[in-house]
Design a protein around this ligand. Sequence first.
Ligand SMILES: [Zn+2]
Length: 226
Amino acid sequence: MATDEHLLLSLWEQGQRRTPLDRSLLLLWGCTGAADAAHWPLGRRDAALLEARVRLFGAQLEATADCPHCAARMAFTLRLDELARHAPPAAEGLEVACAAGRFRLPHSADLAAALADEQPRLALARRLRVDGDAPLGEEQLAAVEAALAEADPAAQIEIALACDACGRGFEAPLDIAECLWLDVARRARQTMDEVHDLASAYGWSEAEVLAVPPVRRRHYLQRVQA
Ligand SMILES: [Zn+2]
């Protein structure tokens, strides 16, 4: 438990300065020990993040989405363990074929390289093409993106929702890396608040507060906050 707290505080501290893409890899490394996740297909990466979120913070996720039809914000609850069962990651080494050639699945390092290019979609398709040399225009890019999304559904989880206000249906994307980051940040702030309260009251250092086991710490906090 104490180790988990130190880890979450460290991840929160390091994650501040990262791009969302780098942060997803940092979280994966911190929560699962995976050091090579930059070269995992995105579905495998997101499935591992989802598993880590369930293990550390539970399977239930409270989320909100804005209806694209009437702009009403609706709150809903998701079971992440069920979601994981319905969208397993694609097999390693899978390739998809379409009119523009044959393409492998993208991983995080591909995305990072493509995002540094002036034409990220084109740069990504060029990196992923393992066979074929047809020109990659808008139509071909859309076909490649659709084929890749279909081949690895775990990489783009969409939640089907019905709006409470207007009744119409819509799909909202689930960004599991962002969800896990918000959980880590919330837990880190909560821990730092506890450190602040106990350090102020008893003159303990941060390390001393973190060394107090959770049950005893709760008792001290109740005394301080009474
Ligand atoms: Zn609506």
